[in-house]
Structure formats: C-alpha cells, structure tokens
Design a protein. Structure first.
Length: 220
C-alpha cells in the first residue's frame, strides 16, 4: 500500500530548478518537458495525445478542454481547477495533486499509478473503467464519484469523505477505506469484497449490506 506522505512545495521538487515558464498554447500531440504552468487559464484547450513530463501546474484553471490519451509523468499540481475537462484514457505516473478541484471531469478508461491527491475536491468525476494502482486520496472530498467497472489496487482514503460513490462492477484489491471519515456508497455495495473498512463503517453500511443479501431485519 502506498504510504501517506505530506504534500511537497514547488521548490522541493527535484526538477524545480530546471523548469521553464509556459509561454504559448497547448497543442495536440505536444511535448511539454520541465515546464511550469503558472496562473494560466486554459479554456477549451485541445491537447489530445500530449505528454507532460516533470512539469508543474500552479493555480491553473482548465475550462473544458480535451486531453484524451495524454500522458502525465511526474507532474505536480497545486490549486488547479478542472471544470468539465475530458481526461479520458490519460495516463498518470508518479503524480501529486494538492488543494485542487475536479468538477464534472471525465477520467474514464484512464490509468493512474503511484499518484497522490491531497485536500482535493472531486465532484461528479467519472472514473468508470479506469485502473488505479498505488493511489492515495488524503483528506479529500469525493462526491458523486463513479468508479463503476474500475480496477482499484492498493488504493487508500485516509481522512477523506466519500459521498454517494458508485462502485458497480468495480474490482477492489487491497483497497483500504478504514481511514476515511465517511464511506457513503450509492450503488455497487457488493464490490466491497476485497476491501478493508472500519467497524464504525460496517455499522453505517449494515442496512445496505442486508438489503443486498436479502436479509430482513425485524425487531420484536
């Protein structure tokens, strides 16, 4: 299981001294190595099949835009807003995202490996069919997030709140929800097989689990 670690500041990145300020426009199939995107608004950017390597995003806003099949290797994001952005089929490796917001974002069929989210807000984000491995959500809010059909391996949620999460047909392996502040499951309760939850979470989920197995609970 990926360890919980504290978020890093920009100057703590091993490539911080080699970053060049972004100047221009995002282009389809573009390559952006050691680039610092700072205070930029990217509206309806068409960045499909791009590659971002050892790059940093500070206070950047993505308004819409399409980044399908793009690759993000060793990227650092802080105070970034994704609103209605298409990140489907993207690949994320060794990423770190802090104090950011993702709202109405498509991340289906994506692959996230060794990625950490700190104090981020996810609202109506679609992870359907994605593969998450060694991913940690630390002190995050995940509201109406859809993990339907996704594969989650060694994923944990320390200090996070899940509200109306959907797990239909998801495959969970070594997934640890026990550190979450709240575990609200809207559908797919049966997918919790293979996951770890706390005793308090078990009590909260008991009615849904009883309904799933057809158990009638009757007092008196």
């Amino acid at each position: 299981m990926t360890r919980r670690r504290e978020p890093r500041e920009l100057d703590a990145l091993p490539y911080a001294g080699h970053l060049d300020a972004f100047d221009g426009a995002i282009e389809r199939e573009g390559a952006y190595e050691r680039v610092h995107f700072d205070g930029t608004v990217l509206a309806d950017a068409q960045g499909g099949n791009c590659r971002f390597g050892e790059s940093a995003f500070s206070s950047v806003t993505f308004e819409g835009g399409r980044f399908r099949r793009s690759r993000f290797d060793d990227v650092w994001l802080h105070s970034v807003r994704f609103v209605g952005t298409d990140l489907a089929e993207t690949t994320w490796l060794d990423g770190e995202c802090t104090a950011s917001v993702l709202a109405g974002v498509q991340v289906h069929a994506a692959a996230l490996h060794r990625t950490v989210f700190h104090q981020c807000k996810f609202d109506s984000v679609n992870f359907r069919g994605s593969t998450l491995k060694d991913v940690v959500f630390v002190d995050c809010l995940l509201r109406d997030v859809d993990f339907g059909g996704a594969s989650l391996t060694a994923v944990s949620f320390p200090g996070s709140t899940l509200d109306a999460a959907r797990l239909d047909r998801a495959a969970l392996t070594r997934v640890d929800f026990s550190g979450a502040l709240a575990l609200g499951i809207a559908s797919g309760i049966e997918a919790l097989r293979g996951a770890t939850i706390s005793s308090l979470q078990m009590l909260d989920l008991a009615p849904a689990l009883a309904r799933h197995i057809g158990l009638t609970v009757k007092d008196g």
